[in-house]
Design a protein around this ligand. Structure first.
Ligand code: ADP
Ligand code: MG
Length: 247
């Protein structure tokens, strides 16, 4: 489904000496339809950079990304707009993903209006609360502002927004890293349940190899912008994926 080839992204830092950081260095991997594909690596290894490139939020310096044989990186205009509906993201910053001045009802509605081009009248309160039921919330949450909800509830709303337009691929970048331990498991359960219900593909990004090996069928271990291991989860663990990660 997704073929990532030779991705390189360089950041330059420093005003006088232009020091270069290879956030990604010639990185390639494949994701099959239906996979729960784990990308695991320590902080600063380039995980978020991959997510941002796949979502077309930043451009790489080199490389290509094929999504169903179409080169994502060359899409623009209407084609890019249509493509954006097919890939959605859930990020670790569950708070900043929602507008603090908008009620949840408006935030949810916005997804359909902006991305789905539905008309306002077609989106009823009933249909929105049905969306919330899918993520374990209910109609009363529609009237709240983000500040009135817990981290777990906010992340549930972000998940509802991500799945609203039935994307084929969901990229979850450390979706539970900023949540309490007790809530993490619930959110993971929810994501896995929705993933199998909707038949979508999931890229799960984390620094936690134990977690990734528990839920993902295939994994890429990344270190300093390079893939050090990739393949079926059990094999990676046998080959000492953990060792690669923490050496
Ligand atoms: P991860 O998500 O694995 O923690 P990132 O993809 O966020 O890693 O970052 C990879 C590397 O790129 C890090 O060394 C980070 O400091 C650097 N980096 C990321 N974004 C920028 C930026 N906008 N400017 C400069 N360096 C950046
Ligand atoms: Mg990150």
């Amino acid at each position: 489904m997704l073929k990532v080839r030779n991705l390189t992204k360089v950041y330059y830092t420093g005003i006088f000496s232009r020091r270069s950081i290879f956030a990604l260095n010639n990185l390639s991997f494949d994701v099959n339809r239906g996979d729960i594909f784990g990308i695991v690596g320590e902080s600063g290894s380039g995980k978020t950079t991959i997510a941002q490139i796949l979502l077309r939020l930043i451009e790489p310096d080199h490389g290509s990304v094929y999504f169903d044989k179409q080169n994502l990186l060359t899409l623009n205009g209407e084609k890019l707009r249509r493509f954006r509906q097919r890939i959605q993201a859930v990020s670790q910053n569950y708070e900043s993903a929602l507008n603090p001045r908008m009620k949840i009802e408006e935030s949810l509605k916005e997804v359909f209006l902006v991305k789905g081009k539905k008309r306002c009248k077609e989106i009823t309160r009933k249909s929105l609360s049905a969306r919330l039921n899918e993520v374990g919330l209910n109609e009363e949450h529609l009237d709240r502002y983000p500040a009135q909800l817990s981290g777990g509830q906010l992340q549930r709303i972000n998940i509802a927004r991500a799945i609203a337009l039935e994307p084929e691929l969901i990229i979850a970048d450390e979706p539970t890293s900023n949540l309490d331990v007790s809530v993490q498991a619930q959110i993971i359960h929810l994501m896995l349940g929705l993933k199998s219900k909707t038949n979508s593909t999931l890229i799960f990004i984390s620094h936690d190899l134990d977690l990734v090996s528990l839920i993902c069928n295939r994994v890429a271990v990344i270190k300093r912008g390079k893939i050090v291991e990739t393949g079926v989860t059990e094999k990676i663990l046998k080959h000492g994926g953990k060792k690669c990660l923490f050496q």
